[in-house]
Design a protein around this ligand. Structure first.
Ligand SMILES: [Zn+2]
Length: 92
């Protein structure tokens, strides 16, 4: 199995089998993020989807999630706070 030095947890760890998205962000995740960190992200993504009532088939929702992948996972910044008082009020 291929390993990478993960840019998030800084460990040498197994890379994903394939890019999770067919775009530049997906390629960067594939090259930079390990399987464990990706699993963490998927949990966080589920929170975001539930919190904001996102439909992942909606292109605007996907753009939002890609931007969160880039900010939170690839840059390690805090990204969108999940504030339950703001439920349903996100503006794209
Ligand atoms: Zn990692």
């Amino acid at each position: 199995m291929d390993t990478i030095q993960c840019s998030r947890c800084k460990k040498d760890a197994p890379k994903l089998d394939k890019a999770p998205f067919r775009n530049a962000i997906g390629e960067r995740v594939h090259e930079q993020i390990c399987q464990d960190c990706w699993s963490d992200w998927l949990e966080h993504q589920t929170l975001l989807i539930n919190h904001y009532g996102l439909d992942p088939r909606d292109p605007k929702a996907r753009q939002f999630l890609y931007s969160q992948v880039e900010t939170v996972l690839l840059k390690g910044e805090s990204g969108e706070e999940v504030d339950t008082s703001q439920q349903g009020s996100i503006e794209f």
